[in-house]
Design a protein around this ligand. Structure first.
Ligand SMILES: O=C(O)C1=C[C@@H](OP(=O)(O)O)[C@@H](O)[C@H](O)C1
Ligand SMILES: C=C(OP(=O)(O)O)C(=O)O
Length: 447
């Protein structure tokens, strides 16, 4: 691994073995921080993720008056050396701010969307800002739903996009519809707010709902923090108002299943076995299903409640056609694993890749082509065919990462090809996994 300031060259290492403890899940960490902040009582959060996205949530909650303290890490198996338990003293309800606040939320969808919902029903005036890319990521469906029950939210630049100016006020509940066809985060954001409203709410999801497991994750976590959500059917929910979140005492944040995908794919390509600790059959995260896709491609997968082990199958990986709408983040790792598969791999139903840290369909197609793959890109799909000659015929490329942590991380798999790979601006992985490249280098070998 050689690194200059803004690029990292990863030399050929054909084999992988060992074990890794992946850092805490971004999705769970940011939900846990928020729910603990709204709850009565103090919550201890174990295996907290230390990354840009969780830093943005912590800073925002601290500015809102939530006391969060960290304690030293005494666990030598911890995934991150700086990730000791956090103690969050809950507000026992919605925030109440006497001064106007401007909150910088970076490019963290799991902060912008939930806080837009929570603050629209809180006392105070809140400006929600972020990085330039955040201003290109839509939030209109969530704002429309909140306005329909009386929220006062103003777009400060373009209609339908952050930055937002929110003048918080009591919201009554009632009948509410939300379009879940662009992002499940709008649904999760509303769900976390609704128990705290003055009255009961009947919530209907409209459109073709994307990324569904994240909605299930939200409901599971709300339940752990003492709220009740009644699901009437696939699209309808009844949520009583005037509820209160309650601290569960200690809450363990699972390892990040999307971060696990890079190591699991490594095991499938580079012989293995490799064991990823922190994610397993008991996991709440939908991205654990990534291991099922690897299995369908020919890898050998062994499940335990809190770990997954993968090794290459006897016949290597084979391509196929996969609808990966339910695992949009881990799906990116299938796109680079496809370079090592026999035949073409088609990833379907991922239109909202275009709305994330970058236009991921376009970025992925552009960079895979640089490696010598034949790539076709549709509105909501991508098909990858490795060069004739397979991995041995792949070409070394300087991979542009578009300030997208997953572009940087999933192209690390190219080090299993003789050409190796250079990753430009590898530091962008700090959004969810600051130590990714050193953890990845620790499990690869020359023979
Ligand atoms: O709720 C969440 O924690 C997330 C939901 C997904 O977004 P979409 O619902 O926009 O696909 C996912 O891509 C994101 O990284 C995290
Ligand atoms: C889409 C992602 O992030 P965000 O939470 O900002 O939507 C991601 O982590 O891949």
């Amino acid at each position: 691994m050689t690194s200059t300031t803004n690029k990292l060259t990863l030399a050929y290492r054909p084999q992988v073995r060992g074990a890794v403890h992946v850092p805490g899940s971004k999705s769970i960490a940011n939900r846990a921080l928020l729910l603990a902040a709204l709850a009565s009582g103090t919550t201890q959060l174990d295996n907290m993720l230390v990354s840009d996205d969780t830093a943005r949530m912590r800073e925002a909650l601290t500015a809102l008056g939530v006391v969060i303290t960290s304690t030293p890490n005494l666990d030598e198996n911890a995934a991150q050396a700086d990730a000791g338990p956090l103690h969050v003293t809950g507000l026992g309800g919605l925030p109440n701010s006497t001064s106007a606040l401007s909150l910088f939320l970076g490019n963290a969808g799991t902060v912008m969307r939930p806080l837009a919902a929570i603050l629209s029903a809180s006392v105070g005036e809140f400006e929600l800002t972020g990085e330039p890319r955040m201003y290109e990521r839509p939030i209109g469906p969530l704002v429309d739903a909140l306005r329909s029950i009386g929220a006062d939210i103003e777009y400060q630049q373009s209609t339908g996009y952050p930055p937002l100016l929110i003048r918080g006020r009591k919201l009554p509940g009632g009948s509410l519809a939300i379009d879940g066809s662009m992002s499940s985060q709008y649904v999760s954001a509303l769900l976390m707010l609704l128990p705290l409203l003055e009255g009961d709410t009947h919530l209907t999801l409209t459109g073709t709902i994307v990324s569904k497991p994240y909605i299930e994750l939200t409901i599971a976590m709300m339940t752990s923090f003492g709220a009740r959500v009644e699901q009437l059917n696939e699209r309808e929910f009844l949520i009583q108002g005037k509820q209160q979140y309650r601290s569960p005492g200690v809450y363990w944040i699972e390892g990040d299943a999307s971060s696990a995908s890079y190591f699991l794919a490594a095991g499938a390509i580079g012989k293995g076995p490799i064991t990823v600790h922190g994610v397993g059959s008991d996991s709440l995260q939908g991205d654990k299903a990534f291991a099922e896709v690897l299995q369908a491609m020919g890898a050998e997968v062994t499940w335990a409640p809190r770990s997954i082990t993968v090794q290459s199958g006897n016949e290597g990986l084979r391509g196929g056609m996969f609808d990966l709408n339910h695992i949009p983040d881990a799906a990116m790792t299938i796109a680079t694993a496809a370079l090592f598969a026999e035949g073409s791999t088609e990833i379907r139903n991922v239109a909202n890749w275009r709305l994330k840290e970058t236009d991921r369909l376009h970025a992925m197609a552009t960079e895979l082509k640089k490696c010598g793959a034949d790539v076709e890109e549709g509105d909501d799909w991508i098909r990858i065919t490795p060069p004739v000659g397979g991995a041995a015929a792949l070409q070394h490329a300087d991979i542009a990462t578009y300030d997208d942590h997953r572009m940087a991380m999933c192209f690390a798999l190219l080090r299993f090809a003789p050409c190796g790979v250079t990753i430009l601006d590898p530091e962008c992985c700090r959004k969810t996994y600051p130590d990714f490249f050193s953890d990845f280098s620790a499990i690869v070998y020359s023979n």
